[in-house]
Every structure is written in C-alpha cells, then in structure tokens.
Ligand binder design. Structure first.
Ligand code: SAH
Length: 272
C-alpha cells in the first residue's frame, strides 16, 4: 500500500522541508509515500506571475485568482466538473456523505476554516485514498468557482483561522501517512489516543526516579494484566476529565466494552 500527496501551494519550500525529514523521509525513500509540491505561481498566465486580486463586492484583503489555480489543478491531473460552476455556496462541490470516491481513488481537498472539522476518523478515511490533492490557500482564501469546479471536500483543522493552508495541509499529511501500512507498527497505532475512543494513558521511560518522582510501581511489576487494567483506568480518568464529550460519544455509539463501561461508572460514582 502506498499514498501520493500532491500539494498545490505558493510556497513549495515549506512542503519540501517536511517531506525530507525523519520518518517521512524514510517513507519516501522506501516508496511508501510519493509527493509532489506544485508551485501555483508557475501557472499564472501574466508576466508578473500574479496570483491574487481584490474581491468583487469589496471587503478586506486579497483572494487567490481562479486561473492559476485551475491551470495548476489541471496540470496535476485533476479534471474540472463543468456545469457545477455557479453554485454560490459550494454545497454542490462538497462530496455528500456516503458518496465518496472508492478507496484507493483520488480526493481533492481545499484546506479551509469553512470545511468539515478534521479528526482521526477522517484521517483514516483519507489514508485509504491512493492520492490526496491538497490545495493550500493564502490571503483571504480562494475564488469560490475553484471550489465548485474541482474540490471534493473542504477540510478544516478547527475553529480558528490560520494564515496559510500549508500548515493545515501538513497536518493532514502527517496524520494520514502514518496510517499507511508499514510506516508505523500496528501495535503503536492501536494503543494511541482516540484509537478506542479514549485518550492515551501516561507513559514513562528511564530513569526510574526523575526530579524525585518515581515511575508508578505497577509498571515495574512485570504483571501484564495489572498493567493493562491500570492503563485502561488512567485512560478513562483522563478522558473523563478533559474530554467528557468523547466518553459521551463512545457511550452513545456503543464503542466501549463492558470493562470500560464499568470503570466509567465507578469513576463517576467516586466523583460524586
Ligand atoms: N478569509 C478566510 C480565511 C483565510 S486564511 C475565512 O475567513 O474563512 C488563509 C488560508 O489559510 C485559507 O485559504 C486556508 O487555506 C487556510 N486556513 C486558515 N484557517 C484554516 C483552518 N482552520 N483549517 C484549514 N485551513 C485553514
């Protein structure tokens, strides 16, 4: 299994730097990850290579011009959807739930605060695509017609405004490539935060005593079953304290096994 990232950006250097370091660099070397950074400015039609202009109707700031974006997308092999231009809301372009392209297909994403919020579930869905095309906005964003014509999905990192889509695109890249087979071991993925609807348990490494704080005794006991139970309890304590919404969701969707459900109840009672 492998994944291809095509990142459309005005600043390809930001993207190159990320793909040439650490675990990612090794994944690229091994051919598990392929990537291309497409410089949108190379597709500006005028001699000044202009990529932005003022918005129609007034308002602050500049918008990215549709022409360079459209040409860059076409050059990257993304076909437009003629006839869908003109939707003023972008709803047409937003892939309806359940109507996504088949696994292994290409997904064209615009990073935007107006998109659906990114989470682990979405990361898993996107990691199963053969290619992710990530369009990075700058300034006040991009011309709506590009969204209507080319974008399958608008994705937001959260309820805050970044100044660049590059930072957001790299988060999507980082959260997805590690889910592709062989990049990271199965066990580490199964143990980590969100994997079973809970946050991660606290972890310790050497030395046994640091700043006069000792590693919890149970972790030194070698008793695997006790360690497993202790970790599960810690996960639930932490999740109840900082993300009660995750506990509620897990309960509503029947995600938790009987053991987890029992500990949640115990902790709630202790709290009262
Ligand atoms: N005027 C826009 C914000 C533009 S910010 C608005 O009010 O919605 C410039 C670029 O940063 C955007 O085009 C987008 O690509 C990126 N960006 C900003 N916030 C983001 C977020 N929360 N998630 C994903 N991308 C974001």
């Amino acid at each position: 299994m492998s994944i291809t990232y095509t990142v459309l950006t005005l600043f390809p250097g930001i993207i190159d730097a990320y793909f040439s370091a650490s675990v990612m660099a090794r994944a690229v070397e091994r051919g598990i990850v392929r990537y291309r950074a497409v410089n949108i400015r190379d597709f500006a039609p005028d001699k000044h290579r202009t990529c932005d202009d003022a918005p129609y109707g007034g308002g602050p700031g500049m918008l990215m011009l549709p022409e360079p974006l459209g040409r860059a997308l076409e050059a990257a092999g993304v076909p437009g959807r003629p006839g869908k231009a003109g939707s003023s809301t972008g709803e047409l372009a937003q892939a309806p739930e359940g109507a996504d392209p088949p696994a292994g297909g290409r997904r064209v994403i615009y990073l935007s605060p107006s998109g659906r919020p990114f989470n682990q579930e979405m990361a898993e869905d996107l990691a199963a695509c053969g290619e992710l095309v990530l369009l990075c906005g700058r300034y006040e964003g991009i011309d709506q017609r590009i969204i209507d014509l080319y974008i399958d999905q608008e994705v937001s990192l959260g309820d805050y405004v970044l100044s660049s889509g590059e930072a957001a695109a790299l988060v999507i890249v980082d959260a997805t490539y590690r889910l592709v087979d062989q990049v990271i071991t199965r066990e580490s993925l199964e143990e980590e935060s969100f994997s079973r609807g809970l946050l991660e348990y606290p972890q310790y490494t050497r030395p046994e005593v640091y700043a006069m704080i000792k590693v919890p005794e149970i972790l030194l006991s070698g008793h695997h079953e006790n360690i497993r139970r202790w970790r599960l309890r810690k996960q639930i304590e932490k999740t109840l304290a900082v993300r009660p919404d995750l506990i509620r969701r897990g309960e509503e969707t029947g995600l938790f096994d009987a053991e987890t459900g029992k500990i949640i109840e115990e902790l709630r009672q202790e709290h009262e």
